[in-house]
Structures are given as structure tokens and as C-alpha cells.
Design a binder for this molecule. Sequence first.
Ligand SMILES: [Zn+2]
Length: 256
Amino acid sequence: MRLVDVHCHLESEYFSETLPSIIDEAAIAGIVKLITSSITPPEWEVSAKIARTYPSVECALGVHPWYCSADDIPLLDRLREARTMGAVAIGEIGLDRKVSNPPFDLQMRIFEMQLLIAREVDLPVVLHCRGAFDELRSLLRKYGLPQRGGFIHSFSGSAEIAADFSRHGMSFSFGGALTYRNSKKKEEVLRLVYPDRFLLETDSPDIPPVEARDMPNVPANILYNLKAASDILGIAENEIAETSTTNAVHIFGLDI
Ligand SMILES: [Zn+2]
């Protein structure tokens, strides 16, 4: 069984001492690739270095809506070199109306710039979107996704939103929230996006599954997320693993 954790943060200080064993455990769990996403410009070099050090890790470079500041604007130009820096995606980028700071108009400005750069360098986008699906939809109508596509990680929207975004070429990844097998809405969304637009993630060190609630979450816990997806969809774990891995290979152009 081969799995790809399409969204995690191996740069996190939680992993500063333990990264080699975290990556070994991920391999034992069947993870053949991990896509680690930076959240601030100073992290870009850290992400790139982790990807250079571990053959199973690839990186995404970007500025997360929670951590953006006006000072980042002149630095975004450097993302045009993302491919040279070894990145397979631009991320984690996006919009979040559920936080009052940074101000939403700044989030919009920084996200729009990064979306345009991703289109220009033709890398897929790793998106964070909470409470701002309307604004994201307008930007997608205006510009479209990069040709390679992209996905909304830890997708929390409705099936209707998922259907709408799918028409723009969007994929969706699911993580620890799946393990709280409690929602009709989640089931509807999964049924809608599976198989073609479905990806698996952990968002480590965040969003631990219910079976391993202690922080930090680790990529090997993707097996709980896979099991939950299998329970919800009534499809064998092996099949879901292979499908989501094929989708990830396609989006990121992975060589596995
Ligand atoms: Zn994240």
C-alpha cells in the first residue's frame, strides 16, 4: 500500500529533534511521499532543505493567511524561483475569515499575488480556506487555478461548494477531522469528490485523529484517516490509498 501525505508541516519545532524517526515511521506506515508546506518566507529555506535531505519529502513554498504581514509583499517575488528552490507546489496559501487578524484585505492581497505567481510558474496550489469560499470562488473565476491544479486542504465546506470548485479543477484533501465519524455533511462531500478529486493528509503537527489525540500529530497517523475514509465510503483501504496516491502523483508530478 502506498500513501502520500499531501499536507504537513515538518518545519514545525515539534519535529526539530525527532524528524528522522518521524520520517522513518511514515515510511513504515506506507507513506512514499510527504509534501511539507512552509507558512512564512523565513521557512522557505527550511522546507527546501528538508526536501533536499529526505528523498521521501517534497516541499511547497508560500505564506499562510494566519501569518502574513505587509512586510512579506516585497519578498513574494522570490516565489518565482520556487521551482529552482526545489518546490513542487505553492503553499500553504489562502484565505481565512474566521480569524480577525491579519486583516482580511491583507490576506486577499497576499493570496492573490501568490495565486498569480503559481499560475505563472505553473505549480499547483496548497490552499487553506475557512469562511471565505465566496471570495476564493471570485478569484478562481477571475484567474483560474494554475494548469497543474491544486487542492483545498482539510476541506470543511459543503458538497455544493465542493461541486462548484471541482468545476474549476480543484481537488480536496482530508485529514484528522474524518476520524470524528459524526457528520452527514462530511459523508456527502467525500462521496462527491471521491475518487477523482480526493487526497489524504495529516496537517502534522496539527489536527490529530481522535485515536491519537495528543499533539503533535505525526504523518504515520494518516492510517487512521485512511481507515475513517474507508468506513465512511465503504471502500477498501487499499483501493482508497492507491486512488489518492495516483491523484497526488498527478497534481504534484511526483516520481514514485
Ligand atoms: Zn497546514
